[in-house]
Design a protein around this ligand. Structure first.
Ligand code: PHE
Ligand code: ZN
Length: 856
C-alpha cells in the first residue's frame, strides 16, 4: 500500500545525528552495482543517547554492516522497505554499509540508473536513499570522497563531484578513479557518471585569476552541438562575477548531457547532469527558443553553485530559497543577454498561462509549502516562477544596490550552511536596515491576489487620486500583503511620461495622490509586471492604445494590446455573431506598422492562448472558447491580410539578406504565418518556407501550421521531416509533439499508432512528454472533446506511465486535475477519470497526492 502520510513544515526537527564524511566505493554493474559507504557520524549534542540512528533507504539489498570496523550484530539493527534503524550508537563512530542496487531496472530515473549506455545518478530531492542508506535530508552536510570502478573500454570516463585525486588500471580490464569534493554538501548534490562520450574542453579564468577547466560530455558525434552550451557556460560565469561578484570555487566544472532525464538539469556540485535537450543545439536541428533555453538552463545550474550549493536549504519546504532566487538570477542573465522587455514578457506569459492555473487549482500551495506527501510534486511553477517573482519584488523594493547589499549579507552570514527562507529575508532586511515582516507574508499566502484600482482626476486642483484595493484569491484569507505597484503617468497630448515610480501598497485599501498635474494623465499600472497579481483597472480603448505605443515600459506596451485582445475574445466567446470592431482592427494595423524590434512585435501580435483565456473567463466551455479564438484570428486576418502578408515577406527578405538578428525576424515571420494560414490557401508558401529553411525555427513552424490547419502539403512534409531526422532524438521529440497536435477526427487512432511507433518509448521522459503532454496541452480541441475520449486517453497513459516513472506521470496528470475554470459539466467529466485512477491499487504517492487533492 502506498503511503500518503503528509509531512509538515511545522514539525521540522534537527537531525539527532550528523554525518561528517562519506567515503563511497562503487563498483558499477548493470544489475548488481555494489556500494560501500563508510561514514563518520556524530550524535548531536542535544540528542538523547538512546536515540536510534534511522537511515533512509529504498530499493536496495543490504549486504553488510560494520560499526567501528566490526560486523554489527543482528539484534542491533532493523531493516525495512524504507529505512535502516541502528540502536545503541556511541557518540561518535564509523559506520560502513554495503548494499547492492540494480541500475538497469531503475525506470524511475532516481538514484543510479542507465541512460543509453552510460551510468548516471539523480539524487534531488530524495534519490540518494536509493544509492545507500543515509540521512537523506539537506541539513545533513558532509565531505565526500568517491571511488568508482568499472570496465575501462565501456566506461572510459568515470566522474564524480570535486577534484580527481587518483586514477589507475585494475585487473580484468577495469579501472578505478577517485574524486574528492572539498566542500561539504547535502547528499542531494552527490553525482556520479560513467560512460563513453565525446568531450568538449575549454577554460575560464576567474576574476581573481584562477583557471577553471570546463568540460562538456556529450554522446559521440555531438561535439558541434555542444559549442553553444560551452559559450553559455562561460557567459554565465562572467555574468555572475560582474553582476553578483560571485566566483567559481573548484578547479573543474563538468556538464554531462544525457537523453534520459526527468527534469531539465541538475546542479550537482562540480558535475551538472543535464537533459540533453538543454545542452545540444545547432541551427539545423534546434529552434531559437531551444537556444534561448539552453543558455538559460546552463546559467541556472551554474548560478546554483552559490544559491543552492554553497548555501543550501534546511529542509525541502524551503525549496524556493534556492529555486526562486536562482530562477530570478537566470531571468536577469537572459534579460542581459537578450532584449530585457522580450525576456520579461516571456516570463510573464509562462506565469500567467501555467502558474496562475496552479494557484487556482487543487494543488495550490505557498511558495514555501507547508504540507507535502511526495516532494517531487513540489518542483512547481509556484516554487520556481512565483518564487522568482517574489525575489523580483524584493529587488524592486530595495533597488539593485540594496538587493546586492542583501545578497552580500546573506552570503556572509550563511556560506556553508543549510538555511531557511526566513534567514534570507532577515539578511536582506538587516543589510538594508528595513523591516520585511509584512513582505514575508508572500512566503505563506496561497493563490493569486487580486488588485483593483480606480483613478480620479480633479481638474480644479490638478490632482489625481488612485484608489487601490487588494484581496486574496477566492477562497483564501490572509492579511494585506506588501505589493509593489510600478506606475507611469503619461501626458495625453505630448504622450510624454510625466511621472514614474513604484507605489507600495501595504493596506487593504489605500489612496495615492499626485498633485500639480496640469492635465489629466493616462495611468499605467503594474509596469514591468511588478507583482504576481491579477490587476483590474478598467481603461478605455483610447487609453490602452496610447499606452500601447507610448509607455516607457515594454511590458506595459505589450500588456495594453493583450488587454484589448482579451476583451475582444471575451466578446466573441459570449456572442456567436460578434464580429471585429473597426477600432480594434485599426489598433492591430497600428501594431503592425509600428517601428519596434521584430521580436517585440511578434509578441504583440501573438494572441492570448487557450490556457491564458480560461484564466480570464468563467465556466468555460472549451469548444466555444476555441471557436471564439479562431473566429477572432480569422477576422483579424480578414481585415489585415495585406499588411500581414507584406510583413511576412519583409521578414523573409531580411532573413535572406542576413540583416540584423535573425531570431527576431524569424519570430515575427512565424507569428504572421499563424494568421496567414487561417481559412485560406497558403499551402504553397508553407511548403516553400519548409523547403527553403536552413534552420529549425522556420522549418518546424511550417510543419506545425501545416499540421494544425490540415493543409494538403502536410503529409508530404511530414514524411520528409521524419525521413531526415529519424535518428536525432531531440528532433524526433518535436516530430512526436507535432503528431499529437494534429486536429482531425482520426486523432485517437493516430495516437494509438504513435504509442506503438518504433521510435516511441514510455521509458524516455522527453518522448513521453512530447506525445502525451503535447496532446493534453496543445490539442485542446480533442483533449476536451465532449465525449471525454481525450481525458480517457490521457488517463490510460498515466496508468501505464505511473508503473514506469511516477515522477513523469505526475507531471503529465496536471491538465486533468486543473478542472477549475471550466463549466461544471466539463469538470464532472474530468473528475470521473480521476475517480477511476483513485480506485486503482498501487498508484504512486506522486499521482495519488494530486488525485486526492483534486477529488476532495
Ligand atoms: N534542482 C534542479 C534545478 O532546478 C531541478 C531538479 C529537481 C532536477 C529534481 C532533478 C530533480 O535546477
Ligand atoms: Zn534550480
Amino acid at each position: 500500500m502506498t503511503d500518503f502520510t503528509p509531512r509538515f513544515l511545522k514539525d521540522y526537527q534537527p537531525a539527532p545525528y550528523q554525518i561528517h564524511t562519506v567515503d563511497l566505493y562503487i563498483e558499477l554493474d548493470d544489475e548488481r552495482t555494489l556500494v560501500r559507504n563508510q561514514m563518520q557520524i556524530k550524535r548531536h549534542g542535544d540528542a538523547d543517547e538512546n536515540e536510534p540512528l534511522v537511515l533512509d533507504g529504498q530499493h536496495m539489498e543490504l549486504q553488510g554492516l560494520w560499526l567501528n570496523g566490526e560486523a554489527l550484530n543482528a539484534s542491533r539493527y532493523q531493516c525495512d522497505e524504507q529505512s535502516l534503524t541502528i540502536t545503541h550508537c556511541p557518540q561518535a563512530f564509523t559506520l560502513t554499509i554495503e548494499t547492492l542496487v540494480n541500475p538497469k531496472a531503475n525506470t524511475a530515473l532516481e538514484g543510479i540508473y542507465k541512460s543509453g549506455g552510460a551510468f548516471c545518478t539523480q539524487c534531488e530531492a530524495e534519490g540518494f536513499r536509493r544509492i545507500s542508506y543515509f540521512l537523506d535530508r539537506p541539513d545533513v552536510m558532509a565531505i565526500y570522497t568517491t571511488t568508482i570502478v568499472a570496465d575501462k573500454d565501456k566506461y572510459p570516463y568515470l566522474l564524480a563531484n570535486g577534484n580527481c585525486i587518483e586514477r589507475r588500471d585494475l585487473e580484468r580490464g577495469r579501472h578505478l578513479v577517485t574524486w574528492h569534493d572539498p566542500f561539504q554538501k547535502p547528499c542531494y548534490l552527490f553525482a556520479l557518471v560513467a560512460g563513453d562520450f565525446d568531450l568538449l574542453e575549454d577554460r575560464f579564468v576567474t576574476q581573481s585569476g584562477r583557471e577553471v577547466a570546463l568540460q562538456l560530455f556529450v554522446d559521440k558525434g555531438n561535439l558541434d552541438k555542444a559549442r553553444f552550451a560551452m559559450q553559455a557556460l562561460q557567459d554565465s560565469m562572467a555574468w555572475d562575477e560582474r553582476v553578483f561578484g560571485l566566483e567559481y570555487d573548484l578547479d573543474i566544472y563538468m556538464i554531462v548531457a544525457v537523453d534520459f532525464f526527468n527534469m531539465g538539469a541538475m546542479e550537482n556540485k562540480g558535475l551538472n547532469i543535464f537533459n540533453s535537450k538543454f545542452v545540444l543545439a545547432d541551427q539545423r536541428s534546434a529552434t531559437d527558443d531551444d537556444f534561448f533555453n539552453v543558455q538559460a538552463v546552463i546559467g541556472h545550474e551554474y548560478f546554483h553553485n552559490w544559491t543552492g550549493n554553497r548555501i543550501t536549504c534546511r529542509d525541502w519546504f524551503q525549496l524556493s530559497l534556492k529555486e526562486g532566487l536562482t530562477v530570478f538570477r537566470d531571468q536577469q542573465f537572459s534579460a542581459d543577454m537578450h532584449q530585457p522587455d522580450v525576456t520579461r514578457i516571456s516570463n510573464v506569459r509562462l506565469l500567467r498561462a501555467q502558474q496562475f492555473a496552479e494557484d487556482a487549482g487543487p494543488m495550490a500551495h505557498p511558495i514555501r509549502p507547508e504540507k507535502v506527501v511526495e516532494m517531487n510534486n513540489f518542483y512547481t511553477l509556484t516554487v520556481y516562477e512565483k518564487g522568482a517573482e517574489v525575489i523580483r519584488m524584493l529587488h524592486t523594493l530595495l533597488g539593485e544596490q540594496g538587493f546586492q547589499r542583501g545578497m552580500k549579507e546573506y552570503i556572509a552570514r550563511h556560506d556553508g550552511q543549510a538555511v531557511t527562507c526566513d534567514d534570507f529575508i532577515a539578511a536582506m532586511a538587516a543589510a538594508n536596515d528595513t523591516d520585511l515582516q509584512q513582505f514575508s507574508l508572500w512566503y505563506s499566502q496561497v493563490g493569486t491576489p487580486q488588485v483593483e484600482a480606480t483613478s480620479n482626476y480633479d481638474a480644479n486642483s490638478g490632482s489625481l487620486t488612485l484608489t487601490v484595493e487588494q484581496r486574496p484569491a477566492s477562497g483564501q484569507q490572509h492579511p494585506p500583503l506588501l505589493i509593489p505597484i510600478g506606475y507611469e503617468l503619461l501626458a495625453q497630448d505630448s504622450k510624454k511620461v510625466m511621472h514614474k515610480g513604484v507605489l507600495s501598497l501595504t493596506q487593504t485599501t489605500q489612496q495615492f495622490t499626485f498633485e500639480q498635474l496640469n492635465e489629466q494623465p493616462v495611468v499605467v499600472l503594474l509596469t514591468g509586471f511588478s507583482a504576481p497579481v491579477k490587476l483590474h483597472f478598467s481603461q478605455c480603448e483610447d487609453e490602452l492604445m496610447t499606452i500601447m505605443v507610448h509607455a516607457d515600459d515594454g511590458f506595459s506596451r505589450w500588456e495594453a494590446t493583450q488587454i484589448l485582445f482579451r476583451q475582444c475574445i471575451a466578446h466573441y466567446y459570449q456572442d456567436e455573431s460578434f464580429s471585429l470592431a473597426d477600432s480594434l482592427s485599426r489598433a492591430f494595423a497600428d501594431i503592425l506598422d509600428a517601428e519596434v524590434e521584430p521580436a517585440f512585435k511578434a509578441l504583440q501580435i501573438t494572441l492570448p492562448g487557450f490556457a491564458e483565456m480560461t484564466e480570464f473567463l468563467q465556466d468555460v466551455e472549451p469548444q466555444q472558447l476555441l471557436n471564439a479564438l479562431s473566429r477572432f484570428k480569422l477576422d483579424l486576418l480578414g481585415k489585415q491580410q495585406a499588411k500581414l502578408q507584406a510583413m511576412y515577406q519583409a521578414c523573409d527578405q531580411k532573413l535572406q539578406s542576413g540583416e540584423g538578428h535573425g531570431a527576431g525576424y524569424r519570430a515575427l515571420k512565424n507569428a504572421c504565418l499563424e494568421y496567414l494560414v487561417q481559412g485560406q490557401s497558403f499551402d504553397t508558401e508553407v511548403t516553400a518556407q519548409y523547403q527553403k529553411a536552413s534552420n529549425m525555427t522556420e522549418k518546424i513552424a511550417a510543419l506545425q501550421v501545416a499540421a494544425s490547419e490540415n493543409l494538403p502539403c502536410f503529409e508530404a512534409l511530414n514524411r520528409d521531416f521524419f525521413a531526415q531526422w529519424q535518428d536525432d532524438s531531440l528532433v524526433m521529440d518535436k516530430w512526436f509533439s507535432i503528431q499529437a497536435r494534429i486536429e482531425d477526427d482520426a486523432v485517437f487512432e493516430r495516437l494509438e499508432g504513435l504509442l506503438n511507433h518504433p521510435k516511441f518509448s514510455m521509458r524516455n521522459p522527453n518522448r513521453a512528454r512530447a506525445l502525451i503532454g503535447s496532446f493534453a496541452v496543445h490539442n485542446p480541441k480533442y483533449f476536451h472533446h465532449a465525449s471525454g475520449r481525450g481525458y480517457d486517453w490521457l488517463t490510460d497513459q498515466i496508468v501505464k506511465l505511473d508503473a514506469i516513472n511516477p515522477q513523469v506521470a505526475s507531471r503529465l496528470i496536471t491538465p486533468l486535475i486543473q478542472t477549475q475554470g471550466f463549466a461544471s459539466s466539463v469538470q464532472e467529466t474530468m473528475r470521473k477519470r480521476l475517480q477511476r485512477l483513485q480506485q486503482l491499487d498501487d498508484i504512486s504517492a506522486d499521482i495519488g497526492e494530486k488525485i486526492n487533492a483534486a477529488l476532495v
